[in-house]
Write a protein that binds this ligand. Structure first.
Ligand SMILES: Cc1cc2nc3c(=O)[nH]c(=O)nc-3n(C[C@H](O)[C@H](O)[C@H](O)COP(=O)(O)OP(=O)(O)OC[C@H]3O[C@@H](n4cnc5c(N)ncnc54)[C@H](O)[C@@H]3O)c2cc1C
Length: 364
């Protein structure tokens, strides 16, 4: 078994890991290794920021043709979208995986491909290598939080990753979540030609952004023909012949309504992705206070991810609590490292729950 020692090991190779690695190497001359299980570069360039912006650019073109071209004397027919071709263009913009590895090597880092798992607080195993380090940066990103909706297991829902793989435009897209992810996909697919409805329990879209900007954006989206149902939960999903049906229930009670859909996009939040590295197992064996606190967080978050575990009535308060908690945590409380201070994700748009879990393990 190959064995190697580093000053810092980063688990994950997304924005947070690369920030941490760069800082450790530049400011402290640290010997650094990055371990990546799935895509070098992490989510942002592969399945998040970049591909969704590509969809918005393509959708913006279709929208301009459909709304402005005629008026400005450009004679074209209505724009229709070949989603398979848009997807192919979006895929062509991705930096190849080999190029990522080359640039990490050029920056002086060692790279290991595979899923890292903790052996002890200073050692991780990846493939046939056992690596140990003074500090280990857990920058394993996030995964979709599946909301507790009755019947969700009966339908083929998509999230921001699988939605980018769809090749046939859905006629009716129901988006659960009016944060940046739901709004981006909602607007792009609407401009591509789907009938989009967006539902969220909040009173205003994009609740973590400037209120006036959010209002402007909601009005613009409504003007474009996207119904936005706020203050309401999607409480039930049912597969029916000729189309699926969602039950929408007002948060404060009142008349329920039904919305038909062909495709259901879960854009209601992300959870920190901690299971993959075996961190939870490691923490549960540790007796320290901060390990116990961290384990409490992980368990809370994972409970929230379970569709049956959170009662509908408690859903909203649970969500708010976790969102604000996560914000605080990701900015300061977890910086228990001595030589890499704050390591934050590149997330500027997405709700706090989407920010990365970037912390140093084993600093006590
Ligand atoms: C649809 C969408 C659009 C977005 N648009 C924007 C935007 O326009 N601007 C912006 O600033 N932010 C945007 N974001 C947010 C941004 O993508 C994230 O904040 C950022 O990618 C988080 O980086 P990270 O390094 O924490 O995690 P990630 O980039 O997800 O990296 C984590 C990596 O860890 C790897 N990993 C996990 N477990 C292991 C393991 N055990 N061993 C080895 N590797 C492992 C994963 O494979 C993954 O590659 C968007 C997010 C979404 C979902």
């Amino acid at each position: 078994m190959k064995s190697e020692h580093y000053d810092l090991i980063a688990i994950g190779a997304g924005s947070a890991a690369r920030d941490g690695a760069n800082k450790a190497a530049k400011d402290y001359g640290a010997k650094v290794a990055l371990i990546e299980a799935e895509h070098w570069g992490g989510s942002c360039p592969n399945v998040a920021c970049v591909p969704t912006k590509a969809y918005l650019v393509a959708a913006g073109l279709a929208h301009s043709i459909n709304t402005l071209a005629n008026e400005r004397g450009i004679e074209v027919g209505p724009a229709t979208t070949n989603l398979a071709k848009v997807k192919a263009w979006k895929d062509s913009l991705k930096k190849p995986q080999q190029k990522w590895v080359e640039s990490l090597h050029a920056a002086g880092f060692d790279t290991y491909e595979g899923t890292a798992s903790f052996v002890d607080p200073h050692t991780v195993r990846v493939g046939d290598a056992e690596l140990n380090a003074d500090k280990i940066l857990i920058a394993t990103g996030s995964r979709t939080a599946v909301p507790p909706i009755e019947g969700i297991e009966e339908i083929d829902w998509v999230d921001h990753v699988s939605a980018l793989e769809i090749e046939e435009l859905p006629e009716r897209l129901l988006v659960c979540g009016a944060g940046p992810v739901g709004l981006e996909f909602g607007q792009a697919f609407s401009r591509f030609g789907s009938n989009v409805t967006i539902v969220d329990a909040v009173d205003e879209i994009a609740p973590h952004t400037d209120h006036h900007a959010a209002m402007e954006l909601r009005e613009a989206l409504t003007d474009e023909g996207i119904p936005i149902i706020l203050g309401s939960f999607v409480t039930k999903l049912a597969a029916r012949e000729g189309g699926n049906v969602a039950t929408i229930t007002p948060r404060e009670g009142g008349m329920e309504q039904e919305v038909e859909f062909d495709c259901f996009l879960v854009a209601s939040g992300l959870l920190k992705f901690l299971e993959s590295s075996g961190l939870l197992r490691l923490l549960s064996r540790s007796g320290s206070d901060s390990a116990r606190a961290m384990l409490g967080l992980c368990k809370d978050r994972n409970r929230f991810a379970s569709p049956s575990a959170t009662r509908k009535s408690g859903f909203w308060s649970c969500w708010r609590k976790l969102a604000s908690w996560s914000n605080v945590r990701s900015v300061s409380s977890f910086t228990i490292a001595s030589h890499v201070s704050v390591c934050r994700s590149a997330c500027t748009l997405v709700s706090p729950t989407a920010t990365s879990f970037a912390s140093i393990c084993g600093a006590e």
